[in-house]
Design a protein around this ligand. Structure first.
Ligand SMILES: [Zn+2]
Length: 293
């Protein structure tokens, strides 16, 4: 389904995307955030705000205005995870407008939002129920260990946060990011009846299961290139393996690719295909990967 220009996610734009859901895109467009973080407002009386976004005064004012213009009561504030472009506005909204914070706390990592302290600690399988909607919680670690997707049962619409984005590849950055968990969390979506995906970055996606499958295939292709690089070198450090496993990308992207390759190599170790040892080279510790078996 093609999205018309006036329906595309755009900073500051409010769009009704379904009978129960509005999307308001935050003014934080960028390389990592696409058109900006999508905040979704679910319900027609007491509403849930999914992915409130960064603690930005303009976005705060836009959410407040939208709620009051439509006579909506803020019931729940639900970040999909605690990266800085998703959850920091949650506490500000609660303090200024009301509602309960629902989600999973950030792991103890400096780059994550430690201000998010949930009133309701969500677990896999939990539901948030209002008069006119039910959101089911699906725990989807991979991009972040505390990442949750929310399924709007009435519309079979899945809010995927950063688990699946439109138009770009999700960053899997170890140690909180984990490739093996990410692929398992994509497989998990097959257990649910889904009509559409509402991502935190970009537009709505149709055929959710096909989308999940194509991401899995894409990642496994790269995993095979990582294996081939190990086979070719016998053993190697990350900076030796990157140019081989990513021979199809612009060398300027190697520093970013190294992150992803590390995630793939960690998965190969977890799967028992590779081993890693730390050696000291010029007073620096270097990880050397090799195939095993
Ligand atoms: Zn994220």
């Amino acid at each position: 389904m093609a999205v018309s220009d006036e329906d595309k996610a755009l900073a500051g734009r409010l769009t009704r995307i379904s009978p129960l859901v509005w999307r308001l895109t935050a003014p934080n467009a960028g390389i990592m955030t696409g058109p900006g973080t999508n905040t979704y407002i679910v319900g027609s009386k007491k509403v849930a705000v999914i992915d409130p976004g960064p603690d930005n005064p303009e976005h705060h004012a836009a959410i407040k205005k939208m709620l009051s213009d439509n006579g909506l009561e803020l019931g729940w504030i639900m970040p999909t995870h605690t990266h800085m472009d998703h959850s920091p506005l949650a506490t500000t909204l609660k303090n200024n407008i009301g509602g309960q914070l629902a989600g999973m706390r950030a792991p103890d990592i400096i780059t994550q939002d430690q201000t998010f302290v949930p009133d309701i600690n969500l677990q896999h399988g939990d539901t948030i129920t209002a008069d006119d909607f039910t959101l089911e919680v699906i725990h989807t670690p991979g991009h972040a260990s505390n990442h949750l997707c929310f399924l709007l049962k009435e519309e079979q619409l899945l809010f995927t946060g950063d688990h699946i984005m439109e138009g770009s590849t999700v960053v899997i950055g170890p140690p909180d990011g984990n490739m093996k968990a990410y692929l398992a969390s994509l497989e998990l979506l097959h257990d649910y009846a889904l009509e559409q995906i509402a991502p935190a970055h970009g537009d709505l996606l149709s055929h959710p299961h096909k989308v999940a499958d194509s991401i899995i295939q894409h990642r496994l292709k790269r995993e095979n290139k990582a294996k081939a690089a190990l086979t070719q070198l016998g053993s190697g450090a990350l900076d030796q393996l990157v140019p081989i496993a990513y021979d199809d990308v612009d060398p300027r992207l190697y520093p970013v690719a190294a992150f992803s390759l590390k995630a793939h190599l960690d998965k190969l170790v977890e799967d028992g295909f590779a081993g890693v040892e730390l050696i000291t080279e010029e007073a620096k510790e270097v990880a050397i990967w090799k195939l095993v078996g």
